[in-house]
Design a protein around this ligand. Structure first.
Ligand code: UD1
Ligand code: MG
Length: 452
């Protein structure tokens, strides 16, 4: 059976007071539209159709190859929006789920229930409802004595009695496709608002004596729709709780989930402990048995197992196992720390590899460098990698000892087992096992090789 989702995303979102299209506003790091599409992926068999209008160009660009789009121009209401999908889907789908792209908390399993209800329904469609004390401007559900739906009454036309109804229209429908395209053509323009309301398809089914089923959902939080930035922050907090709970159930510890900020899509292995005020963004993958935080920001970074990262900022980096870092360390794009690297306070690494067991305890900048295994970078070491026009590389061998406050003026190579004296300014390559000192540093003696 072919099941396709149609997401309505053409509205202006005026109440967001934003230049950005509403459905692209992020929630835990991903646009609301992404969340809705992820949930729908679990129940649909075909590529979704997104109805775009306001900000169509931006939304279409964001979607790329992940969805088909149709333009609704002008925007004449939700019924008119759904109608735009007909040209793409006529005869190509058995069931069509229509939902609003500003409902990012709905889960795949909720859509699943909706689809299951419709599969058993002898009538043309089923819809999702929720019972809530706060109506939030949602349409009210009027049921017939047999439990099927009689009508959806929009708030602005509801009578005082109808306004008391606690069952609300969430805005997710599963239709028999063939019936839908015919019914949409029969919707009449709402005289007051000049719009075609999708919700009026209920009246059309009822007129034809066809049953409309409602799936009553018990979690109001999931049905939070976003019309203002206040709603956005409420949804953000609900989504955050959901994400954190998922990690905890998978074996990740959190001392205080309320102050732990993990974006959708971040992966964390078991027995990792995430401490308060830690922010994990983007394509971040964290292995097992790590301690992350407190006060740490990590973006687009891969971390192995058994690492310890305190109060640090990492972006675009790769860490192998048992790396120990911080407080106050910073990794930038292209930083690669192999296993057992130790990086203490106030160090910065960019576009560089620190091989196994490198120690860089305090106050250093390492850029465009390759540092051999078990070398020690003394406090205050700087790779002077930029001459004002180009970046140059510094290559340091294994078991090198860089003395405190050394300036490494790139391009530069330092041989295995070499040493620099404190305060050295190194402008020329240093051979293996050689001690250099001074300003600029010059060779003063050949070091004896350590016994094997
Ligand atoms: C709608 C429902 C209401 C339901 C509520 C749940 C209708 C008539 N009413 O009201 O019963 O309780 O959602 O959130 O459907 N859109 C278009 N093109 C348009 C108009 C809207 O694509 O011409 C899109 C919007 O971008 C939005 C969605 O449809 O994503 C819903 O539109 P909105 O104006 O927010 O409807 P509500 O007033 O919230
Ligand atoms: Mg709305």
């Amino acid at each position: 059976m072919k099941i396709t989702a149609v997401l309505l995303a053409a509205g202006q979102g005026t109440r967001m007071k934003s230049d950005q299209p509403k459905v692209l506003h992020p929630l835990c790091g991903k646009p609301m539209l992404w969340h809705v599409m992820e949930a729908l992926k679990e129940v649909t068999t075909e590529m979704p159709v997104v109805v775009v209008g306001h900000g169509a160009e931006e939304v279409t660009k964001y979607l790329g190859a992940s969805a088909r789009t149709v333009l609704q121009e002008p925007q004449l209401g939700t019924g008119h929006a759904a109608m735009q999908a007909e040209s793409l889907l006529m005869g190509k789908s058995d069931l069509v789920i229509v939902t609003y792209a500003d409902m990012p908390l709905l889960r795949g399993e909720t859509f699943e229930q909706l689809v299951e209800t419709q599969r058993l329904n002898t009538g043309p469609f089923s819809l999702l409802t929720v019972i809530a004390d706060e109506p939030r401007g949602f349409g009210r559900i009027v049921r017939k004595p047999d439990g099927t739906v009689e009508s959806i009454v929009e708030e602005y036309v509801a009578t005082p009695e109808q306004k008391q109804i606690k069952e609300l229209n969430v805005g997710a429908y599963c239709f028999n496709a063939e019936w839908l395209w015919g019914a949409l053509k029969r919707i009449e323009k709402n005289q007051k608002k000049g719009e075609y309301y999708l919700t009026d398809v209920v009246g059309i089914a009822v007129k034809d004596n066809l049953p409309v089923q409602a799936v009553l959902h018990d979690d109001f939080v999931e049905t939070i729709g976003i019309n203002t930035r206040v709603h956005l922050s409420e949804a953000e907090s609900a989504m955050r709780q959901r994400i954190n709970r998922g990690h905890m159930l998978n074996g990740v510890s959190m001392t205080d989930p309320a102050s732990t900020y993990i974006e959708a899509g971040v992966q964390i292995g078991k027995d990792t402990n995430v401490l308060p005020n830690t922010h994990l963004h983007g394509d971040t993958i964290i292995g097992e048995r790590n301690t992350i935080g407190p006060n740490t920001i990590i973006r687009d970074t891969t971390i192995g197992n058994g690492c310890k990262i305190i109060s640090s900022v990492l972006e675009g980096a790769v860490l192998e196992d048992n790396v120990d870092m911080g407080p106050f360390a910073r990794l930038r794009k292209g930083a690669r720390l192999k296993s057992h690297v130790h990086m203490g306070n106030f160090g910065e690494v960019k576009d560089s590899t620190l091989h196994e067991g490198v120690k860089m305890g305090h106050f250093s900048y390492i850029g465009n460098a390759d540092i051999g295994a078990h070398s020690n970078i003394g406090a205050g070491t700087i790779t002077a990698n930029y001459d004002g026009e180009k970046k140059h590389a510094t290559v340091i061998g294994e078991n090198v000892f860089i003395g405190s406050d050394t300036m490494l003026v790139a391009p530069l190579e330092i041989g295995n087992g070499a040493r620099t004296g404190a305060g050295a300014i190194v402008t020329k390559n240093v051979p293996d096992d050689t001690l250099v000192v001074g300003m600029p540093a010059r060779a003063i003696k050949k070091l004896r090789k350590k016994k094997e």
